[in-house]
Write a protein that binds this ligand. Sequence first.
Ligand code: AMP
Length: 540
Amino acid sequence: MQTTMQDRPLTLSHFLYRAERYTPSKLIVSGTATGVEERSYGEWALRTRQLASVLDFLGVPRDARVATFAWNSARHLELYFAAPCSGRVLHTLNIRLFPEQLTYIVNHAEDDVIFVDRSLLGLLGPLLPTFTTVRHIVVMEDGGDAPDPDGVNLLDYEELIASAHPAEFQELQETRAASMCYTSGTTGNPKGVVYSHRSTYLHTLAVLQADSIGVRESDTVMPVVPMFHANAWGLAHAGVATGANLVLPGPRMTPSALADLIVEQRVTVPAGVPTIWMGVLPELAGRDTSALRAIPCGGSAVPKALSEAYREQLGLPILQAWGMTETSPIASVAVTRSWLQDLPEDQLADLRASQGPAVLGVELRIVDQESGEELAWDGVTRGELQAAGPWIASGYYNDDRSAESFTHDGWLRTGDVAVITTDGYVRIVDRTKDVVKSGGEWISSVELENEIMAHPAVAEAAVIGLPHKKWGERPFAAVVVRPDASVTKEEILEFLEGRVASWWLPDDIVFIDEVPKTSVGKFSKKDLRDRFADHVLPTE
Ligand code: AMP
């Protein structure tokens, strides 16, 4: 039987239409190197349409990749919509990738044009000769003062916009590519994920679900998570779709500048990785944070101690979310289910320290890596977490490494090890590559790190497995002590007793100044392994 419903494509121009028709006076505030700039959604929509004409003027073909090398800003948001709504593909470049990785992804994606913030020109300039397909570089003045690189013809964003007519957008197929993003993988070259209009549209609705982040028109959303990392978790799209005010911090990324923006702009939903929130909390002490409604956090496990510190200081715990570049990224959010709300506070804190139930639209399962069999949701059985849904990748762009990351029945193999409780809460135990395999048993580096970070004198802790003759591998912890605090190895071991099984206790603990981080702010276990490759455990 044929449906009698309209077959209208789910494309991003609908969000832009909403912003210009329903919420033109709502605001986008952008941090610049020198202050803040305000723009209404009405102005933003007009400029976005003008920018689409600029792409025509520059001869950027349909389907061509329009790259950005930029902080979070209203201009970046113009590109977020002008490229896909005019049939091009937005390619957000991670400004913190190694130079050779940037060269690889620009050439692999065959970027046609790059839009770069003036303050980031110093990073990009030296790489320009290595790009083989880029025809234009357009500079966005953000208050930065990097000089023009020699011998390159730079175009000026504002000049181009000023002379452009607003474009009308043609109807596009919803399955058309809208944007792409490369994974920040620590091994091998980054892999490209290509989002469609449809996947981005549906993912945005997932961010709007009341049982996820629940973004709504009355919010003021501040994605601290970069717009070059996994779509800023869908929050930039959610802002446009709902008309929520957006605060885009630009280069103003220090903890004190972020705290100022939260307080001064009366932000309701700021979102970022755990290291951001570790830095910001002390800066919020004694200030008016009454507007805050939810603090989404993900990208790596949120230590329970961090979430509890927010609850104690601000009365608002962190809202943990889990996802990957391959999952758009929002796949699960640790909301508290109604039947669990009366649990004792400590158990509620445990729920919040989990990655939560899958959001509506995503299916998650845990699977035995060897037999491929699905495992029980009993809260103890561990397996590889796999994901399926309309905003989950089914392969990588032009990459023969796709096969190993997807199952025969089309699910994404996340590379995360997890348990799922009877209530459907996912608890990430580790990355498959990071679990410490001691005598055939697994020790979760993430859980051990969390327990060490619960010590009041510890700022950060990262655990890796080091070779051991008897056990194969044993846990080793690198710990960063809080400023003005002190703690010894013995005190940490004593603190851990009773909190973890005795055979989980690290065989050695060393103190370091800082845990090495990846380009998106996660603990870089690879760098840590390299650094301590020759370290001999005292138990050897
Ligand atoms: P990326 O593609 O860079 O966003 O990295 C995705 C990976 O980050 C996931 O596979 C997880 O290993 C990790 N991750 C993201 N969110 C969380 C979270 N809430 N808890 C633990 N790990 C997370």
